[in-house]
Design a protein. Structure first.
Length: 571
């Protein structure tokens, strides 16, 4: 039995109610997603689920990370609180549901080792109790939730190779022994739905064995057992589970899955499907999610691909066909849906193994460029950076009024839009970075406008150092091989209000052997307001352009930018 790479196991089944809550809102037929914030995790993220853990009406997030999972409580504006960690066994998949019928959402984790599933019962305030473990036949790496015997107690279905297994719930967070089904060869991902309209839940599974790539339908018998798989070939083995929904309003469940693009299969209502229709997407599609993003009553699709890191919206025509009408670059990770700023529009959260959780808010008629958070270059303390701008464009059909523009943190508004943005018109908000303390500093531009019932925000970030280095680059010109240039002086000034302790002053990178420090007055510490210096010389070992960098590191990590050193070796 072979195990697959854990990044394949990112899609989990979570509360579908968040998708359908905005179905009837009077919104445009397409969404406009703009990146608003990024929240780092304690380590690499593998899977995520969305739910309201404390009953405040704001979606929260649970995500599998190395050695456990983390819970991020939503602030209601598209941002999240710092993650709170819980330890688990070795696991790569989780799901959210109320397993003991107390009205609080719980978290269930599929454990690879040991062979168990663990339920963490929710306390209703965003915290969770110690896990309740139930045994599985083999280690599992994928899990979804449903009531497979219609007894009002939620069950789980897992992939524990070679099986697809259903564990019936006892209604208290524990489960009965698994019912194993090995009829589909090489299961990797799964989704749940009633595909033959008999009011019993079925399982849609994808994967394959050897060189084959397939999906299969395992119809439910209504008692927790599954029938043998009805198997269909796929062109490409998908990296994610299918996104399930009724795409053409015929009462039959359909699904979309990542292939060379996104492939849509319309259901016949008897557990079988029509031939798939493929919608090409740039890059390798990593994940697909379904939701009423446009608010017109049609179920749309959003796909994430990498490389390049892009997000595409497939806007539904309501008849089972789609148009690829939205394209955003620079965002990585699998998409998950939720109304993260509580404005009645369905937003996206993207889980990236390295970046953490990125929130993309559905902003309707007002677009932002760039849509990513604005990052300012390193700035010396108590100074002010040059301005950076964000362009706001009205893509709607009516003028947008702007009631207020405010900024928080160590940032300043240099120029703001006027009171109104006409249809098709743009305006620019300019901000500068004026830090007062060292380190990474964050802030927000908050906009109150008629495009959204909630404030829209632009995420700001900058890095502050107490040290000013002069010059910011050194060019030694041409120097004969085997000789040494006259030294040039790099001056280091502590502009901060406290002494700085040096961890390292060195030359490194590139052709570092061609440059050397000949003298320095900088000691272990530099008092506030004090200045020291380093003398650097150039001794080329080879002909042609040579370069390296002077690094200055300080305790606490508020390091100034490196200084590039250049010169040319000549005969």
């Amino acid at each position: 039995m072979s195990w697959l790479h854990p990044f394949r196991f990112r899609r989990v089944l979570y509360a579908l109610a968040a998708w359908f809550a905005v179905a009837g809102a009077a919104l445009p037929a397409w969404a406009q997603f703009e990146t608003r914030a990024r929240q780092s995790l304690s380590s690499h993220g593998y899977a995520m689920a969305v739910g309201d853990f404390n009953g405040d009406g704001v979606p929260d997030i649970a995500a599998i990370v190395d050695n456990g999972f983390v819970v991020l409580m939503g602030n209601g504006d598209g941002t999240f609180q710092n993650p709170v960690a819980y330890s688990t066994e070795l696991a790569y998949s989780l799901a959210i549901a109320d397993f003991n019928n107390d009205g609080n959402l719980d978290i269930v984790v599929a454990n690879l080792d040991p062979s168990t599933v663990s339920v963490y019962l929710g306390n209703g305030d965003g915290t969770f109790q110690p896990p309740l473990a139930s045994g599985t036949t083999y280690g599992s790496y994928y899990i979804a939730v449903g009531d497979f015997n219609n007894d009002g107690k939620l069950d789980v279905v897992i992939i524990d190779p070679p099986y697809v297994s259903v564990l019936l719930g006892n209604g208290d967070g524990t489960f009965q022994p698994p019912s194993d089904n090995d009829s589909f060869k090489g299961p990797e991902q799964l989704a749940v739905g009633d595909f033959n309209n008999d009011h019993f839940l079925d399982v849609l599974v994808s994967g394959g064995s050897g060189l084959s790539s397939d999906f299969g339908v395992l119809l439910g018998n209504g008692n927790g057992t599954l029938q043998p798989a009805i198997t269909y070939p796929l062109q490409v083995r998908p990296d994610s589970a299918a996104a399930v929904g009724d795409f053409n309003h015929d009462g039959n469940l359909d699904f979309a899955i990542a292939q060379d693009g996104v492939e849509v299969f319309l259901g016949r209502g008897d557990g079988t499907f029509q031939l798939g229709v493929n919608y090409p997407i740039p890059g390798l599609v990593a994940d697909v999610v379904a939701g009423y993003f446009g608010g017109d009553g049609n179920l749309d699709l959003v796909a994430a691909s990498d490389p390049p890191s892009v997000v595409d919206e497939l806007v539904s025509n309501g008849d089972g066909t789609f148009e690829v009408r939205f394209y955003a670059d620079g965002v990585g990770g699998g998409p998950y849906a939720g109304d993260f700023n509580h404005d009645g529009k369905l937003d996206l959260a993207l889980l990236s193994p390295d970046l953490g959780v990125t929130t993309m808010l559905n902003t309707g008629a007002l677009t932002f460029s760039p849509s990513d958070p604005v990052v300012f270059p390193s700035q010396v303390i108590d100074g002010a950076s040059s301005t950076q701008g964000v362009t706001l464009t009205n893509t709607g059909t009516t003028a947008i009024s702007i009631r207020s523009v405010a900024v928080s943190g160590d940032f300043r508004i240099a120029n703001a839009c006027g009171d109104t943005v006409a249809v098709g018109a743009s305006c620019e908000i300019e901000a500068s970075f004026a830090p007062r303390t060292p380190g990474v500093l964050n802030g927000l531009i908050t906009i109150h406008d008629s495009a959204s019932s909630k404030p829209q925000v632009i995420d700001l970030s900058g890095f502050c150092t107490p040290l000013e280095l002069s010059p910011t680059g050194m060019s030694f010109g041409s120097q004969k091989l085997g000789t040494t240039s006259p030294p040039r002086t790099l001056t280091v000034t502590n502009e901060g209000r406290a002494a700085v302790t040096f961890g390292l002053i060195t030359i490194s990178g590139g052709d570092g052997e061609d440059f050397s420090m000949t003298h320095r007055t900088c000691g272990a510490q530099l008092a506030a307001g004090a200045t020291c210096s380093v003398e650097i010389a150039f001794s080329p070992k080879k002909k042609g352009s040579r370069y390296s960098y002077a690094y200055t590191e300080v305790e606490g990590g508020a390091n100034p930018p490196r200084v590039k050193l250049t010169g040319t070796g000549v005969d």
